[in-house]
Ligand binder design. Structure first.
Ligand code: NAD
Length: 479
């Protein structure tokens, strides 16, 4: 089937049916600047129907038993892989490029990760904590469902984010209403088509729409847990709305990750890896390196290596020989442009890049900035784009203090030939995840989330299971 036909047939997944009709909203192709597709927006009635369906389906889903739930999760992961070609075609429209990290087709990496997560989450035992097992009584803590989970996701990882939220929620016996970003709804709605005949009706529902639909979903009385991945402002709004009804939240928000490079590194080798960790998908990753602290003794060499990598990139569509993707939304493109303009006006130096490529689409070249100040917005705030401020340090303590000196706390890394020393420095970073000699690896079995404005709660690992569950203490008197 042609991709245009697939798009025509996209609709919301509500109670096991693909539901179309209602208003269409434009999805811009950031590679061309043109409208790539028109996507249905859920009406208030459709959203209500999705939430009601999820609530109605939840008790039976919790009762089917763990083994069946695990099989469904595995099948959902496998089905994404079987449909990766169509997902790639849709992702090309909403992301603007047919390639992603490592030159792979743009959806391939996300689908691969989602499939890996499905397998591992499906194999994860639901923990039971034995508190007491005496002659008199047995006390244990088990994980029971929360109910209906609202899974709201950002535009930078629409397939993976929706999938891993759904897998966690389903394992525990919850049902789901997922809402993708209005900038990247096509792949998520297609996931509904793929999953329609795998999950029982109502167990997973997917509705597209703007922030208003997200807000309505958070406020819907059927929803008991909101799992939100997005920006700090959206996360705050969700937290406030959820607090009124005492709903549980998991908030995976923005980051301003620092990497600290000690003077003993192999500059060339580390520069390559730092470059990738900063500029993969044009820096549009929550856990991209967004500030780089480099010891003064290797500063010039490191900047030169980073600049060499950046200057080899071509920010253009693949058909035009491009190697570097566009910024997915026009608003984010404008934000990156203004942040860099502001820094340059205050004395920063763009060693590479520094202004948009020009022409069609949201292409902005990899931009390495030096001579930056901590007070500049490009350093203090999350850029979420292809910009890396490189900051010279003399005293390690000053670098650590500066690294910790923003409102964020998602990830951080330390790079050194001395792993022990680097580990001790990494332990001083205020971040949900710290890395030594890497930055950005994630695993379904390691908790992931942020401190401070970077979020509340964790996904993945045992805390990630707990986030999608209520802890129920069971006290059984034996006589
Ligand atoms: P965003 O906050 O604008 O939107 C995210 C989602 O929330 C969208 O689906 C949007 O429609 C919805 N939304 C917005 N306001 C809402 C509200 N008041 N109530 C309910 N839903 C609402 O974020 P974005 O621009 O799509 O994504 C970029 C941000 O996401 C960056 O800050 C990035 O760091 C962050 N992010 C974080 C992680 C993580 O795991 N920590 C992962 C990916 C992206």
């Amino acid at each position: 089937m042609s991709v245009s036909r697939v798009i025509e047939e996209l609709g919301h997944l509500i109670d096991g049916e693909i539901v179309r009709g209602g208003e269409l909203f434009p999805v811009e192709n950031p590679g061309t600047g043109e409208i790539g597709a028109r996507c249905p927006a859920a009406s208030a009635e459709q959203l209500d129907a999705a939430c009601r369906a999820a609530a109605a389906a939840q008790p039976a889903w919790a009762q089917v038993g763990e083994a069946e739930r695990r099989e469904v999760i595995r099948a959902m992961g496998a089905a994404l892989t079987e449909n990766v070609d169509v997902l790639n075609e849709l992702a090309e429209i909403e992301k603007g490029v047919p390639f992603g990290p490592g030159g792979l087709p743009v959806a391939t990496g996300e689908v691969f990760l989602a499939h890996v997560f499905a397998e591992e989450i499906a194999n994860t035992p639901l923990p039971v904590d034995l508190v007491e097992d005496s002659d008199a009584r047995r006390v244990e803590v088990v994980r029971v469902p929360v109910g209906v989970v609202a899974a709201i996701s950002a535009w930078n990882g629409p397939i993976f984010l929706a999938a891993q939220k759904a897998f966690h929620a389903l394992l525990v016996g919850n049902t789901v209403v997922a809402k993708p970003s209005p900038f990247t709804p096509l792949t998520s709605l297609y996931m509904g088509t793929v999953w329609k005949d795998i999950v029982p009706p109502g167990v997973v529902n997917i509705v597209a729409g703007g922030n208003d639909i997200g807000a309505a979903l958070v406020s819907h009385p059927a929803v008991r847990l909101v799992s939100f991945t997005g920006g700090v402002a959206g996360g705050r709004a969700v937290a406030v709305a959820a607090a009124g009804a005492l709903k549980n939240v998991v908030l995976e928000l923005g980051g301003n990750d620092a990497a600290i490079v000690l003077p003993d590194v192999d500059v060339s080798a580390v520069a390559r890896r730092v470059y990738d960790a900063a500029f993969t998908i044009a820096g549009q990753a929550c856990l991209a390196i967004k500030r780089l602290f480099v010891h003064e003794s290797i500063f010039d060499a490191m900047v030169a290596e980073l600049a060499a990598h950046a200057s080899r990139e071509v920010a253009a569509t693949a058909r035009e020989g491009g190697t570097f993707p566009p910024i997915t939304t026009r608003a984010q493109f404008d934000r990156v442009r203004l942040l860099v303009e502001d820094a340059l006006a205050q004395g920063a130096v763009a060693v590479t890049g520094g202004r948009p490529v020009g022409g069609r689409g949201n292409f902005y070249p990899p931009t390495v900035l030096t001579d930056v100040m901590p007070s500049m917005s490009v350093v203090a705030e999350e850029q979420f784009g292809p910009v890396l401020p490189v900051i010279r340090y003399v005293e390690l303590d000053d670098a650590v203090a500066a690294a910790n000196g923003t409102e964020y706390g998602l990830c951080g890394s330390v790079w050194s030939a001395d792993v022990e020393k680097a580990s001790a420095v990494a332990a001083r970073l205020v971040a949900g995840t710290v890395y030594v000699n890497s930055h950005g690896d994630v695993s379904p079995s390691a908790p992931f989330g942020g401190c401070r404005a970077s979020g509340v709660g964790r996904e993945c690992g045992r805390p990630g299971i707990d986030a999608y569950a209520e802890l129920q203490t069971r006290v059984v008197h034996k006589t």
